[in-house]
Design a protein around this ligand. Structure first.
Ligand code: ADP
Ligand code: MG
Length: 710
């Protein structure tokens, strides 16, 4: 079996030639046509069948020209009374069509000689389009036109309009789809009982209803995709998504992994030396992970916990379990600042136990880096922390048995996989553990996601949740302050710092221009330095060299700075407990998840913390809505739910990054009620009717079921 990395991603894949049915339904599709269809991701007759209409046009009725209402699509029929190419006001084809009620002008700015022929004076035509008042009186611009016989009948069904691409007309597409429909076995692969319970029509009926809606079909339900036929297709799609996720999970479960037995000596020593006791949630998650690590199959677990819930120590315990067994563990973090902070924390906890923690970052001097690399390569050093530098080429971890990815949503699928592959790069699998062994994977995320999304995005992971914050935290108070009252905020900053506390001042996000964002940060830094000469103010932004960043961060952590002016580089993970004031400028420009993350940088110590959201008037509707949500909620899950509502799920967890097959028809927002039944049925089908599951996946995905998930 090839490694998952070799498989094409869902969007690029074209199914292997062998899986293309020689079928009827596809016969006669020449090279050129096939190329155009491929642009629509249509490679087989089955794909044609599942290429569903975008919308419908009603050609079942004729509207007398005199009563066609402006702005509404209508079909009229009449005789061509004139047709000419005019040059004014511009070159165009202008035809006049007359029926018993009135005359209408039709014009085309781009046209072919064939159209001109079709519109020969005296011929009968049907025009479909929108009427509007124009230069020549009532007119249709670019209507669809068709020559008809004197008393030709009208179609009985609504006319489907398909998504298409240049060079592929609706007519051709329709013919191809009809032929595919007629020649494909549209057999039902779902248990009838499930369909009955959900009031879903059969596969064949649903397809017919969508491609050729009955004349009495409810056009609104079709348009809104709420028609039972649509629900059937969406359900199949969600089901197939669940099936792929489960399959991927099972396939990975079937691999071998080093069994890392819990050994108590070092773990007990670490726990004894911590300045705090684990929360119940941390202890529970740590146990779940310890059990997984002892198994001979790779763990694939997500540790989800709100900002500040204490995920790092849980990761440290897992890494220690690997080291106690003589195996390597690596932790990868998305930013330099965060990686360094993790490294310091882990080194602080683990060095006293006699374990060296290697620090791999782009910022380290080459010689030091080389030395660390060598010690990792030889297996002398067991623990490593780094940024994506960790997955860059020369790093070899021959005995890697556990890969931890922090803030996992920040990484692309490929990067997460690459870390896992580090171990396999050596003599096959985790060193002497045996060939083909996979490291255990622990992913961490502070982006809580609502349950429905979790079911689709994380259906192939086991999840541990830290639903309890460490004790002694005082809740953060959030203030919304108009930009006009900035001076008061500066005064408040002075007071807080004079009382020995520290503050962050986050500069506005300027998405269009990094340079502008940098400039704003510099300006803010200068203004604050001038206004608060007695405070020690530092500046942190993305353009600084890594060692400058790290020096500034270290100075802030050591309380050599009172205020840290920063761009969003501090968004994730930064942990300085003495900081208790967070000011976010132009808060209305930030997303909810970002605001929640930023606010989570304070409230980490025992002092009462305040987060001030400075906003500029006038606020947009979404801006206002977002600020209201962040003001009213502190719970990450609540905020995530609101975020989902405001933004929609598309961009929510970086869907395109997640490696999930994208949904074409179902929507995680509108079809929430179908997700749970799809999930339940997926489990049942894999257990009891694996062949139907196979066929269903083949039908929907063709060769594209490769799932790139770490
Ligand atoms: P997360 O990564 O989940 O946002 P961290 O692991 O950075 O959170 O932990 C946040 C802070 O809480 C750190 O300073 C950490 O040392 C501290 N901490 C972690 N667990 C506990 C606990 N059980 N009791 C008290 N403090 C804790
Ligand atoms: Mg963290």
């Amino acid at each position: 079996m090839p490694s998952a990395l070799d498989l094409p991603s869902a969007s690029q894949a074209s199914p292997p030639a062998a899986s293309r049915p020689a079928a009827h339904g596809w016969a006669g599709v020449g090279e050129q046509l096939a190329g155009r269809l491929a642009r629509l991701d249509i490679h087989r007759a089955e794909d044609l069948v599942l290429h569903l209409p975008l919308r419908y046009e009603d050609e079942t009725r004729l509207t007398p020209i005199a009563v066609a209402r402006p702005g509404f699509p209508a079909q009229v029929e009449g005789e061509v009374v004139s047709c000419e190419v005019t040059l004014r006001p511009r070159r165009q084809l202008v035809a006049r069509v007359r029926d018993a009620s009135a005359t209408l002008v039709a014009r085309w700015l781009n046209f072919y000689p064939s159209q001109q022929k079709l519109l020969a004076v005296g011929s009968r035509v049907r025009l479909f389009g929108e009427v509007r008042g124009g230069f020549f009186g009532d007119e249709m611009v670019h209507p669809r036109v068709r020559r008809v016989e004197a008393d030709e009948g009208l179609p009985e069904a609504l006319t489907p309009v398909y998504p298409t691409t240049a060079g592929l007309g609706q007519g051709t597409l329709r013919k191809l789809i009809d032929r595919a429909l007629a020649s494909s076995p549209l057999d039902d692969l779902l248990p009838p009982a499930v369909c009955a319970a959900l009031h879903l029509p059969s596969f064949a009926d649903a397809l017919r209803a969508l491609h050729h809606p009955a004349p009495d079909a409810d056009p609104v339900a079709l348009e809104q995709r709420e028609h039972p036929a649509w629900r059937r297709m969406k359900f199949e799609e969600l089901l197939v998504q669940q099936l792929s996720l489960r399959r991927a999970y099972n396939a990975r479960r079937a691999r071998g992994a080093v069994s890392l037995q819990p050994r108590d000596e070092l773990t007990a020593a670490l726990l004894a030396q911590l300045p705090f006791r684990l929360t119940g949630a941390q202890a529970r998650a740590a146990t779940e992970i310890a059990v997984d690590l002892a198994a001979v199959h790779p763990m694939q677990r997500l540790l989800q916990g709100d900002v500040g819930s204490g995920k790092t120590i849980v990761a440290a315990l897992a890494m220690l379990q690997a080291a106690e067994n003589g195996y390597q563990a690596a932790l990868m973090a998305p930013t330099e600042i965060l990686a360094e902070q993790h490294w310091k924390k882990l080194a602080g906890w683990l060095t006293p136990l006699g374990l060296h923690v290697a620090w791999l970052s782009g910022s380290r001097r080459k010689r030091e880096r080389e030395a660390e690399l060598e010690r990792l390569r030889s297996g002398e050093v067991l623990l490593a922390v780094g940024t994506h530098a960790l997955i860059e080429d020369p790093v070899t971890l021959p005995r890697l048995a556990l890969a931890v990815v922090d803030e996992q949503h920040r990484f692309g699928v490929r990067q997460r996989l690459a870390l896992r592959e580090k171990g396999a790069a050596g003599a096959g699998g985790a060193g002497e553990g045996g060939p083909g062994l996979r490291p255990h994977m622990l992913m961490m995320s502070a982006t809580p996601i609502p349950r429905t999304l979790a079911m689709t995005h994380y259906a192939d992971l086991d999840v541990s949740i830290l639903d309890e914050l460490p004790p002694g935290r005082t809740p953060i108070r959030t203030r919304l302050v108009s930009d006009a009252r900035r001076d008061e905020v500066v005064a408040r900053l002075r007071t807080a710092c004079r009382e020995g506390r520290q503050a962050y001042w986050v500069c506005p996000l300027i998405e269009e221009s990094e340079a502008l964002q940098l400039q704003t940060a510099l300006d803010t830094f200068e203004t604050l330095t001038a206004a608060l000469p007695d405070l020690r103010i530092g500046l942190l932004h993305g353009r600084l060299k890594a060692d400058e960043k790290s020096a500034t961060m270290a100075a802030f952590a050591a309380h050599e700075l009172d205020v840290l002016v920063a761009t969003t580089v501090i968004e994730v993970g930064v942990d300085v407990p003495n900081a208790s004031l967070m000011v976010i400028e132009h808060a209305e420009r930030f997303g909810l998840a970002q605001l929640h993350q930023l606010r989570g940088r304070v409230g980490r110590g025992s002092a009462e913390s305040v987060c001030i959201l400075l906003y500029a008037q006038p606020l947009s509707q979404t801006g206002r809505e977002r600020l209201k949500v962040i003001y009213e909620n502190t719970d990450g899950f609540e905020i995530a739910r609101a975020d989902l509502r405001i933004r929609g799920p598309g961009e929510f967890v970086g869907a395109r990054q997640s490696g999930l097959p994208l949904l074409r028809y179902a929507s995680l927002e509108d079809d929430v009620d179908l997700i749970e039944p799809a999930r339940a049925l997926a489990g049942q089908m894999l257990r009891d009717m694996p062949q139907a599951a196979d066929r269903l996946m083949a039908r929907w995905l063709g060769g594209r079921e490769a799932l790139l998930r770490a």
